[in-house]
Write a protein that binds this ligand. Structure first.
Ligand code: GDP
Length: 295
């Protein structure tokens, strides 16, 4: 399954040694549970897998394929309900999508990928460079906008992010844009300032359209493992999160963190990033991830 290969290898490594045993005794169950936790699946899912294996062991004994099937089933049960692509259904237009996340999470790249996705669905797309704190962020977003062929509203470094967003909504409305994707600063080191800035963007948006922002999408780097869970917690508090995109699932052994995130927060997972290119965004498919994790 392409991008998920390493996720799969890791849990497979953790589990495989256990299958040389002939019985699913308490120690083996402990070790399976531990292997699932080490793979970032989260304690609740690991405990449920253990319970189900315990229920079944008298009937079936220890059978590698059976164990993997139980793991896969439990993962699908957790992830199935949260898999939800971003729908463009705002009226009036434009639908405003705020994209938030710490620097380096893949925020800018994900904005470009989302823009591509919506363009392919024949929506008119515009970007707004609301991360005015970093000159590089503005420059990078401009490069993506040009490469993809979408308009962008940007100002100078250190400019007023809310002002950019105001101008962007005005222009998007005037030109019949369907989707406005807004980049934001990712300075989690300065929570107070970030919170104020995001609140100001929200106020400005709300004045133009009480429903905006329609979506607040948090971008998370899967390679940060459990740290991603802390980021959800903090961003929920400072920004109000409506959904997630998990990036870098091509280069990580930590796809399991999606399960832990779904278990803990129940937020919609819109898509996953599986590479650095603008087409490397995939719809989130719980069965595929479950199979990749369970091996
Ligand atoms: P930002 O600081 O959050 O805006 O992050 P960027 O979009 O600049 O991404 C940071 C780095 O991660 C860049 O080198 C991107 O090419 C890379 N990146 C982003 N998404 C993915 C992904 O899904 N897979 C991989 N392998 N790299 C990614």
């Amino acid at each position: 399954f392409g991008g998920f290969r390493r996720t799969s290898e890791r849990l497979t490594d953790n589990l495989t040694g256990l299958f040389t045993r002939s019985t699913l005794d308490r120690q083996t169950l402990d070790e399976i549970e531990e292997a699932l936790i080490v793979s970032d699946l989260g304690p609740a899912t690991a405990a449920r897998v253990r319970d189900r294996l315990e229920d079944q062991r008298f009937e079936r004994g220890l059978d590698e394929a059976g164990v993997r099937q139980v793991v896969s089933d439990e993962i699908v049960k957790v992830l199935g309900p949260v898999a939800a692509p971003l729908e463009i259904d705002a009226f009036p237009r434009p639908q405003v999508i705020l994209v938030i996340g710490v620097n380096g999470s893949g925020k800018t790249t994900t904005i470009a990928k989302l823009a591509r996705l919506f363009l392919e669905q024949d929506y008119g797309v515009m970007l707004a460079a609301g991360d005015t704190f970093r000159a590089a962020a503005i420059g990078q977003l401009k490069v993506w906008a040009e490469r993809i062929g979408v308009p962008i509203m940007a100002g100078p470094e250190g400019g007023d992010a809310a002002g950019i967003v105001w101008d962007a909504v005005k222009q998007a409305t005037a030109t019949g844009i369907d989707v406005l994707i807004v980049d934001t600063a990712g300075r989690l080191q300065n929570k107070r300032e970030l919170m104020d800035e995001l609140a100001k963007i929200r106020r400005v948006l709300g004045r133009l359209n009480p429903q905006a922002p329609h979506d607040v999408v948090l971008v998370l780097d899967a390679t940060t493992g459990q740290n991603a869970l802390n980021q959800i917690e903090v961003f929920k508090e400072v920004a109000g999160v409506t959904g997630l995109v998990m990036t870098k699932l091509d280069g990580t052994a930590r796809g399991g963190v999606l399960v832990a995130a779904a278990e803990k927060f129940g937020l919609p997972i819109h898509a996953i990033g599986v590479g650095e290119g603008m087409d490397d965004l995939k719809p989130f498919d719980p069965a595929e991830l479950a199979e990749a994790i369970a091996g």
